[in-house]
Design a protein around this ligand. Structure first.
Ligand code: NDP
Length: 281
């Protein structure tokens, strides 16, 4: 039976460290670390994420300012807001909650954020540094949180076969790069991968970032492996991961639950990025 990786507990340790840094910053600079949160449109899941992020800021002595824009916002209006936040010396991090309304060029908005205030780590400069193995203060939050969760098991990542299912720019690709920089041997799977189960069964570390309820079943998992479930799939009956938790926990060595696994870590890493950005002024 797998050990459950308690994302809430790991996140709460990280948030304590973040708060200590934020307190130190306030003493030193006479103002609080500041995070600007931008949301456009009325996606209900986004509203929950934003609310949770703002609550977490309060708990960590980070001042948050929210900008809730109408779903009809124009590209120019968003760009002007980002420019103003880039120029605001009280703002250390800028978070644009995705998804943006369909008519907005998301990539252009994310790349308008100063790479020095890129709390989510999605800017092309920071993503590029991650891919080149260069040091950067801003690494994508969910992948960064996943590495912390894997490390919390005490299992050495070096030399392990890590299989990542999903190749998005915000989870799949950056987690593959982070695992590689931690000396794992990495295989990335996606919707065109043939014989997915055959590959996942060879994984010492399996990261599922797909967005399909219970895609990963017990027969797809190697005994004793670490299984990280990034999926957040909502339907009328609740919130589900990409991993069939009840079945897979019989086989895996370690497993993250949904909720309470990767989700809390994403928020903790956002706060850590913001404080790191502020401290390097
Ligand atoms: P995307 O939709 O951007 O990417 C999904 C990936 O899964 C794609 O690469 C796609 O392949 C691949 N895929 C789809 N179907 C299959 C399949 N049957 N077999 C193998 N691969 C498949 O999703 P995200 O990366 O943005 O998010 C993934 C999940 O993680 C979602 O549930 C999301 O809500 C959740 N999430 C959770 C976070 C957290 O904090 N817990 C943060 C971010 C996301 P292809 O490229 O070929 O289309």
């Amino acid at each position: 039976m797998a050990e459950i990786i308690d994302g809430k507990a790991v996140a709460s340790r990280i948030k304590e460290e973040v708060k200590a840094c934020a307190d130190r910053f306030e003493k030193l600079k006479g103002r609080k670390v500041g995070l600007a949160v931008v949301k456009a449109g009325d996606d209900p899941a986004s509203a929950i994420y934003v609310r949770n992020k703002i609550k977490a800021c309060e708990a960590c002595n980070i001042s948050s300012s929210s900008y809730y824009l109408d779903g009809n916002v124009t590209q120019l209006e968003l760009t002007e807001l980002i420019d103003a936040l880039n120029a605001d010396s009280n703002i250390d991090g800028i978070l644009v909650q995705l998804p943006l309304p369909k008519h907005i060029d998301e990539r252009a908005v994310l790349s308008r954020i100063s790479p020095e205030k890129d709390a989510d780590g999605f800017h092309v400069v920071n993503a590029g540094k991650l891919f080149l193995g260069e040091k950067t203060k801003f690494v994508a939050c969910t992948p960064c949180g996943i590495i912390e969760l894997i490390k919390s098991t005490g299992v050495d990542i070096r030399g392990k076969h890590a299989v990542v299912v999903g190749r998005s720019n915000i989870v799949g690709k950056p987690i593959a790069m982070l695992l590689l920089s931690n000396d794992a041997t990495v295989t990335v799977c996606h919707s065109r991968t043939k014989d997915l189960a055959e590959i996942t069964r060879t994984a010492d570390i399996l990261v599922a970032a797909v967005g399909k309820k219970h895609l990963i079943t017990a027969d797809m998992v190697k005994a004793g492996s670490i299984v990280i479930d990034v999926g957040m799939n909502r339907d009328e009956s609740g919130l589900y991961g990409d991993v069939d938790f009840d079945g897979v926990k019989q086989v895996a060595g370690y497993i993250t639950p949904v909720p309470g696994g990767v989700g809390p870590m994403t928020i903790a890493m956002l706060l850590r990025n913001t404080v790191n950005g502020a401290l390097d002024e």
